[in-house]
Design a binder for this molecule. Sequence first.
Ligand code: FES
Length: 204
Amino acid sequence: MSDNQEKTVDSSRRNWLIATSVAGGVGGVATLVPFVSSLEPSERAKAGGAPVEADISNLKPGEKMTVSWRGLPVWIVRRTPDEMASLEKVKSELADPDSKETFSYSMPEYCQNAFRARAEHKDVLVVVGICTHLGCIPSGPYTANANAALGAEPGFLCPCHGSTYDMSGRVFKNKPAPKNLDVPRFMFVNDTKIVIGKDEKGEA
Ligand code: FES
């Protein structure tokens, strides 16, 4: 990862922590300060973290699970056939439908496709669940017509300032969030186990 990328990731994480503290009120702020100040270089390296494994054998279509990687919440979503079908339908409403813009991490080449997913498991979405506006954590996935902000399409909603994302984590046009959700490097160990932060090229 380049220095610039590293700075951007640190910035994202800081924003996420700040947003989490604000959401948690005064008590959240009080606990945040010692945590951040304790991140000396060796601790930062530890927090930088190794790849993490996730068992997705119990993840059903329409469900999301979250694992922590490098202090970031990484979502794993198993999309339903309807959610997969929605990806093409919403394309003209998205700010960057082909994910040409980079936020914190470059899009892995194996996810540069219509599903932003591995070809052999295209129903499984893996994204960093941090809004690209100011670092809040979006809610969802919402099914079609379940949320007024998303209307007839399924997706995710950031509660802080109303940015909406489709079922691939691509942001809709004219929202505060400027970029799509990050897709980290990851790989399948087998059909039910994923490693985040590592792929055929090695560790991210
Ligand atoms: S932080 Fe998500 S819309 Fe502002």
